[in-house]
Design a protein around this ligand. Structure first.
Ligand SMILES: *Cc1c(COP(=O)(O)O)cnc(C)c1O
Length: 429
């Protein structure tokens, strides 16, 4: 039986110790030795077996291929960071000047380059602040501007985002009171005006991002609410900074600020395509008041987030942007090529037309023409639990692998993942 100390000198296992820590590697070695003692593997296979038992990553998360056709899948961590943003996270991992001016040696505004980049992309924002996520941005606004006072909001915009997360509950948790106006389907500017008073903290417009009300409807536009003498806060949700031609109904920060919004709140990891964070953009006095509020410290982002956000804002188009604008004909060509190669290996696969969605609570009702591989249903579970997990979706008794959210450079990994789980194939690793 190979001894543990000798095994740990195997260069492949000693590299793994650097990556995963000695306890994890020792655990895999002991398990491999146990299998050899029980006669399940020959003793000379112990090093290989131990290597195979090691986790693929130290992060405790399994990287997956998102073939769901949902561009921003909440359960898969929403936006994929660009190569530039990943590089930025690496660069910022050690000590950085996140809060220090190296020229003068004195403390500087935390994350100033990310904030400047944000203002560069949203010219109408007089100031910007970044917090932990979109919900935190709302909490900070409600706490600083309306604790013990009223937030005026339309009954048509009392939204549940997902997983039981309700914006009204969040707002009330800050000590603000909700002053509901209008009805589910119709709210006018006069409804807001009628309740404005000394107790009003602000008027809140919420983008009902994951549903649509159609038929006999009416809602007040931001520009109609700016003359009421109180701040107008607009939660746009998805983080579009400027209008996007593919998503004409999705509100964006620049347009809302131009229309007179005092403050816009949004998420960083939806359509902006960056790291999880919450953006606050708008009136300099309000933004400064929020940034100086004691709660801001509890909601602040770390240097890794600031680095990834900066690189997202100034770098090349994000994977999210690319997926959004991917050419359907190109997606079909990729699907045909993949299906052709896999069918040649005897797999029951065909390329099919598909409909992708934006997801992440954005662009409800918008479908994006896409292409997918159609496989027998049992592939869904097998692919999810394979060595490179692939998450597809089930439709009409078939497992669909939609290519719109899959970067083209991952096509070969995707094909390999399908091959490795085919019945009679190499089996699961
Ligand atoms: C997603 C969303 C939020 C919450 O943002 P998180 O970044 O998930 O905290 C709030 N409001 C709207 C309109 C949203 O779409």
């Amino acid at each position: 039986m190979p001894r543990t100390d000798r095994l740990l000198r195997d260069p492949r296992l000693s590299v793994a110790v650097e990556r995963l820590g000695v306890d994890v590697v020792k655990g895999a070695v002991r398990e491999a030795q146990r299998r050899a003692r029980e006669g399940r593997i020959p003793p000379e296979d112990v090093p290989e077996t131990a290597l195979a038992l090691l986790p693929g990553t130290a992060c405790g998360l399994r990287p997956v291929i998102n073939a769901t056709g949902v561009l921003l899948h909440t359960n898969l961590g929403r936006a994929t960071l660009s190569a530039a943003a990943r590089q930025a996270v690496q660069e910022a991992a050690g000590p950085t000047d996140v809060e220090l001016d190296l020229a003068t040696g004195v403390r500087a505004r935390r994350g100033r380059s990310a904030l400047a980049a944000l203002r560069g992309r949203v010219p109408s924002a007089g100031a910007a602040h970044v917090v932990n996520n979109g919900a935190a941005a709302l909490v900070l606004a409600a706490t600083a501007l309306a604790a013990g006072r009223e937030v005026v909001v339309s009954r048509g915009e009392m939204v549940e985002i997902g997983d039981g997360f309700r914006l009204p509950d969040l707002l009330v948790s800050t000590g603000a009171r909700l002053r509901e106006v209008g009805t589910t389907n119709r709210t006018s500017a006069a409804d807001y005006a009628a309740v404005i008073g000394p107790d009003t903290g602000f008027v809140l417009k919420v983008h009902p991002s994951n549903f649509r009300i159609t038929g006999f409807t009416r809602s007040a536009q931001t520009a109609e609410l700016t003359g009421l003498g109180v701040p107008v806060v607009v939660d746009i949700g998805s983080g579009l900074l400027a209008p996007h031609p593919a998503l004409p109904d999705e509100p964006d920060a620049e347009t809302q600020l131009r229309a007179g919004a005092s403050l816009v709140t949004a998420s960083g990891d939806k359509l902006l395509g960056g790291p999880q964070c919450g953006l606050l953009l708008g009136d300099p006095d309000l933004v400064t008041a929020l940034a100086r509020h004691p709660l801001a410290r509890a909601l602040r982002v770390d240097k890794l987030t600031l680095a990834a956000l900066k690189a997202t804002l100034t770098g090349p188009p994000t994977p999210t942007a690319r997926a959004l604008t991917a050419d359907p004909a190109r997606l079909r060509t990729r699907a045909d090529r993949l299906a052709h190669g896999l069918a040649a290996d005897g797999i029951d696969v065909r390329a099919v037309a598909s409909a992708a969605t934006v997801g992440g609570g954005g662009a409800p009702g918008v479908t994006l023409p896409s292409a997918a591989l159609s496989l027998p249903e049992p592939y869904a579970a097998a692919l999810r639990t394979g060595s490179v997990p692939v998450v597809g979706r089930l439709e009409s008794g078939r497992c669909l692998l939609d290519l719109r959210a899959v970067p083209e450079q991952d096509d070969e990994r995707l094909a390999q993942a399908v091959r490795s789980v085919r019945p009679g194939g190499e089996g699961r690793a």
